[in-house]
Write a protein that binds this ligand. Structure first.
Ligand code: HEC
Length: 119
């Protein structure tokens, strides 16, 4: 009998923790296809400069997500990633920021949402 009670408590905790996770990260409420986002980022060479949680030549996606917390990051990043621009890399040089290798707006939006939900 005791084990059944414990199982109930554990389940209850799990459900609470899951609910909390979603409540605390609004971006997670939007469906993001993580595999698709990573596939586009990999194919486009984004990870040459970006890491998810550590700074490399470029700020981590976690830091970028934090930068846009509470702001309309989607609009800004859709624009940022729709064309090539010059960016300053960590070692001080200028490099061309190539847009992702996709012509599909939905794929691009999925990538943007994935980045914004990294924090
Ligand atoms: C040559 C290195 C390099 C590559 C490759 C690269 N980035 Fe960046 N990226 C940077 C640097 C440097 C910055 C920092 C600019 C800044 O601080 O605003 C940046 C900034 C960004 C930002 C934040 C822009 C903003 O306005 O806040 C996003 C989002 C981003 N990159 C996504 C990508 C994606 C997606 C790819 C792959 C298609 C990619 N990057 C490839 C170097 C790179």
């Amino acid at each position: 009998m005791k084990s059944i009670v414990n199982l109930g408590t554990a389940l209850h905790k799990l459900i609470l923790a899951t609910a909390l996770t979603f409540a605390l990260s609004p971006a997670a409420a939007q469906s993001v296809n993580e595999d698709a986002a990573i596939a586009v980022a990999k194919a486009s060479g984004c990870f040459r400069c970006h890491n998810v949680d550590k700074a490399k030549k470029a700020p981590s996606y976690k830091r970028i997500a934090a930068r846009y917390k509470g702001k309309d990051g989607e609009t800004v990043l859709m624009k940022h990633l729709s064309g090539a621009q010059k960016v300053k890399v960590e070692d001080g040089g200028d490099e061309e920021h190539e847009p992702p290798q996709t012509k599909d707006k939905a794929e691009l939006l999925n990538l943007v949402r994935w980045i914004l939900s990294r924090e």
